[in-house]
Ligand binder design. Structure first.
Ligand SMILES: Cc1cc2nc3c(=O)[nH]c(=O)nc-3n(C[C@H](O)[C@H](O)[C@H](O)COP(=O)(O)O)c2cc1C
Length: 235
């Protein structure tokens, strides 16, 4: 049974667009026989990395910060697939950034020079073979989502773990609407979750379907601006 660990970085947790996007994905993964554990960075006390490098050179493989990451490290040792699911907050919300930085004890710091870049590998006990990103953004254009994708891709390369790609949903509040289109996208996400466990891959056509624009840009901009102007005029 494939073990999947999903980390939801939205501070809004179950009320988040991230949650709406990953819920059908999880259903699909479970239907394909995976065991899936979901954690929220917001529910965990995850301090920022102090950069002491004790985990590299002194307490090898172990972080000296005593917080909830100590309960998450055993889960990271068990997982075969790591899913980082997050909204864009300029780049990442603080909790998700802290979580990513605190992954550094997983690395064995035998540094290699590969394709012009310094890269490392994980300790042997790490079983994660794939990292998948799920990124949601509020603004209209999909380009707003590329910075977190790049960050997670780089993370995967630094750790020598296969980056499986990214599921992207711009103007993501739409995912919690009741429209026919959002239902179709939710169904597609379930299908993608199933296929990802069965085949280990994401398919471009499916990804494009999930990310498709669902309003005209002008309609999006006008409606968002009007919400603000109405509130401003009431005050
Ligand atoms: C501080 C902050 C920065 C944000 N920056 C961006 C951004 O650069 N691009 C974007 O598309 N959305 C941005 N957003 C909007 C969120 O990505 C959007 O509201 C998202 O749907 C929230 O997801 P959630 O409900 O899962 O938390 C930002 C939101 C916040 C609070």
């Amino acid at each position: 049974m494939t073990k999947v660990l999903i980390v939801n970085g939205s501070p809004k947790m179950e009320k988040s667009n991230t949650f709406a996007t990953i819920t059908p994905l999880i259903v699909g993964m479970k239907k394909a026989g995976a065991s899936v554990e979901l954690i929220y960075t917001k529910k965990q006390k995850i301090f920022s990395c102090t950069g002491c490098f004790s985990c590299w050179y002194e307490t090898i493989g172990e972080c000296v910060i005593k917080d909830d990451m100590q309960n998450i490290y055993p889960k990271l040792r068990e997982a075969e697939i790591l899913v980082l699911a997050t909204p864009v907050h300029s780049i990442l919300p603080g909790g998700m950034q802290n979580f990513i930085n605190r992954l550094i004890p997983l690395i064995e710091p035998i540094l290699e020079f590969r394709n012009g870049r310094t890269r490392a590998k994980c300790h042997e006990y790490v079983k994660i073979t794939k990292i998948l990103a799920v990124i949601v953004g509020g603004w209209y254009e999909i380009d707003n989502l590329y910075l977190p994708v790049k960050l997670i891709e780089e993370l995967s390369k630094n750790y020598s773990i296969n980056f499986s790609g990214a599921i992207l949903r711009p103007h993501a509040y739409f995912m919690r609407s009741d429209s026919e289109k959002s239902k179709e996208i939710l169904l597609k996400l379930e299908d993608v979750g199933f296929k990802f466990i069965e085949e280990g891959l994401l398919n471009k056509e499916d990804l494009d379907f999930i990310s498709q624009p669902v309003f005209e840009e002008e309609e999006y901009r006008r409606s968002k601006t009007n919400i603000y102007l109405e509130r401003k005029n009431q005050t």
